[in-house]
Structure formats: C-alpha cells, structure tokens
Design a protein around this ligand. Sequence first.
Ligand code: MN
Length: 290
Amino acid sequence: MRFDEAYSGNVFIGSHSNFMESKAVLYGMPMDWTVSYRPGSRFGPTRIREVSIGLEEYSPYLDRELEEIQYFDAGDIPLPFGNPQRSLDMITEFVEKLLAADKFPLGMGGEHLVSWPVMKAFSEKYKDLAIIHMDAHTDLREHYEGEPLSHSTPIRKIAEHIGPKNVYSFGIRSGMKEEFEWAKREGMHISKFEVLEPLKEILPTLAGRPVYVTIDIDVLDPAHAPGTGTVDAGGITSKELLASIHEIARSEVNVVGADLVEVAPIYDVSEQTANTASKLIREMLLGFVK
Ligand SMILES: [Mn+2]
C-alpha cells in the first residue's frame, strides 16, 4: 500500500513532493459502501483535489501559505469495493503508519464510517484524546437495520471506546430520540443546531489536550453544500464553519489530526460543495498543522 511515494495522479494544490520532509499527510478514503441513503462520497477526495486548482495557496484568515507547512498528498487508499471490514482494516494500517512516522494525518472521505478506524488508531497513540465532531447527524446508532458497520454508527463506536465524556458534537439537528437520550445519560456533549458559539465555550475546557476533529460536510446547510448523501435542512453557513475551524486553530487545544467526510460531488452540478470542501481542507491544513 502506497503511503510515502509521490502520488502521480491529481494532487491537492501546494502538495510537497517529499514524504519524509513533510509534517502533514493528506489522504483519501474513497468508500461509500454502507450509506443508508444516497451513495457517491467515494468520488469526494478526487473531486476535492481537482477543484483545489481554483484556490489561492494563501489564507487571509490565518495569514499563512501552504508552502509554509509542507504537507504531502498521498492519494487515495485503494479500498476494496463492497468490503467494509477489510476497508476499515486497511485504513487502520495506513493511519498507524502515519502516526508512527509522527505525521499530522488529514483525511478526506468517503462516508463517515471511515473516521472510526482513524479515531481508534489516534486513541491508541494519545491516551487523553478528545473528539470534536461537527455534523448534521448524531451518528450514535449501535447499528442500522442490524448492521453495526454503518455510516450512522462511527461516533457511537468512538464514544464507547474512549468514553462518551471525551466526545463533543456540534451542529447536530438529526438523530433518533434514543441517540440523544443515550448521549445525555452517558455525559456526552451535544450542541444542537449551533457550532461556533458553543465551541467557544467548550474549547477552553480542552486546553492542552490532544484533539481529533471530524467534520461531516452535511453540518453545512444544503444551500451551502448540496453535494452530500444525506442532506438535512437548517444547517450552518460556510462562513460559520470556516470561523469554527479558525476558532479551534487559535485555541489552546492540541489538534493532532482531522478529517472531512461525506462530500458526494454528483449531487451538486454547481460544484459548490467540492469547492467549499477544498477551501475547508486548505484552512484545516493551515490552521491545524503547526
Ligand atoms: Mn456523520
């Protein structure tokens, strides 16, 4: 499995050519085999890279350029179609190598289930890990129609693995009553509907801790990001999501890794979703990689 050779295909703008010299590694997890509604997120990473050509390498928000952080685009993990367990095992193996090499992993989904093996690998390296999760959906199901490997279960899995009190969800506006009740009973933080304001209150309590940030593009309102599998009205603006990333970047938390998932380009002929995602990836690189 490739992880340290220069990727010969389409790469994200400003990618450094040398793995060894790079602090951060961008990688794709093109999997959508367990989605409950519309598939298509397997094509997210490729399209996010392609449209990144339209971005500037400089961020006026952070006054920083991609050149300053030296990141390496490793391409996509070649996941086997229709085999979720084998796919998750391959993701685990890949991320463990990046963590062993002391790289900052920045992942692109794919459906949200891909974040589960990634967060689990981080929890083995960082004992005091906390999760910041932005999403329209709770993702706290134990299973979907009897299937525990589902894109509606990753947050439940990591919450049970590291303890629900270490997981902080923001922007949530959809889920079963039982999921919200489980979170409340277990002491897991859920901010309904809003992201930026509750984040400002929570971040100081996480100062100094290793934090993994997982962002589902559907935290955005469908008006801002229609290109996703499970759209849900009433979300935040892209301006608020950018401000939230910058709030985390400027805080005292130690961001150790992150991902952006569920971009499904085929549902958005304007390509606004992929273009927004590529800007979010740039800001995550510039904000989170120190
Ligand atoms: Mn999700």
